[in-house]
Design a protein around this ligand. Structure first.
Ligand SMILES: [Zn+2]
Ligand SMILES: [Zn+2]
Length: 268
């Protein structure tokens, strides 16, 4: 098989993996949302369809660089990904995960802040903020330019920072789960975690909810470090108002349905 064909196949395979991973993860958390807060996504079907289409487009943008690098790792020894767990001291395993998360968070914070400049916002970031309120399906709902800024991070980091393949899997899992749960519209983590001292430094849904509500604050991804350092941390949001609005939407939808049925009955 020619090298070009092999690289293309690797890119296609990775696109499928990222797309299916998105559908399974977002689908699972959307089901959890339906069980926990049945009315939360009431009336949001058109928005959810948009979120899914943008996210699947992003899956291709994420999949191509990841697929190329994965091919090079397997066939050419590119990257610093290692498979022998003893190639580095064991204490390096958690450290490498933290280094990746911190590097990703740093990149995300500054590119995200840049995308809130008016011109960049209109072009690259308005798509993500068109979700009001975002749902579990919005995790990868990005304009292609924004998706590209996110897609290059891990494929570049694997050339720079050594990481065990299992630890890399953990980084990708954290990335996927946090991307979904931060947009889900409610807190899945126990209160002591996001309200207490841990939550003072870790980002969960309440922190990112305030970003989607107020825009010019809370730009971080995993940690509140850069927001706090740069004075852009505006504390935690709360879901009371958005949950009230969703109940109102559900009630209006039910009344609309009754009215439709009434009209149909009269017409019949
Ligand atoms: Zn967001
Ligand atoms: Zn934003």
């Amino acid at each position: 098989m020619s090298i070009v064909l092999a690289i293309i196949l690797s890119a296609v395979a990775m696109t499928l993996i990222v797309g299916v991973r998105y559908l399974i993860t977002s689908g699972a958390f959307a089901m959890a949302t339906r069980a926990r807060h049945p009315a939360l996504y009431a009336g949001l079907d058109p928005q959810i369809r948009r979120e899914i289409w943008w996210s699947l487009a992003s899956a291709a943008i994420y999949g191509v660089p990841a697929g190329i690098v994965a091919w090079g790792w397997q066939n050419r020894g590119w990257t610093q990904i290692y498979e022998d767990v003893h190639a580095y001291p064991l204490w390096y395993l958690p450290l490498s995960v933290l280094l990746y998360l911190f590097a990703h968070d740093t990149w995300f914070y500054w590119t995200h802040r840049w995308m809130h400049e008016p011109r960049a916002f209109r072009i690259a970031h308005a798509v993500h903020h068109a979700s009001r309120p975002p749902t579990a399906w919005a995790a990868m709902a990005f304009h292609p330019i924004e998706a590209l800024t996110g897609a290059v991070v891990i494929p570049l980091l694997v050339f720079l920072i050594p990481i065990h393949v299992g630890a890399l899997g953990l980084v990708l899992t954290i990335m996927t789960v946090m991307g979904v749960t931060n947009h889900m519209g409610w807190e899945i983590f126990p209160r002591f975690m996001w309200k207490g001292p841990v939550g003072a430094w870790l980002i969960t849904a309440s922190h990112h909810q305030r970003h989607h509500e107020r825009y010019g604050c809370n730009y971080g991804l995993y940690f509140r470090f850069w927001d706090r350092l740069c004075g852009t941390d505006d504390g935690l949001g709360d879901f009371t108002r958005s949950h009230e609005r969703s109940r109102a939407r559900a009630a209006a939808g039910a009344r609309g349905g009754d009215a439709d049925r009434g009209g149909a009955d009269r017409a019949a």
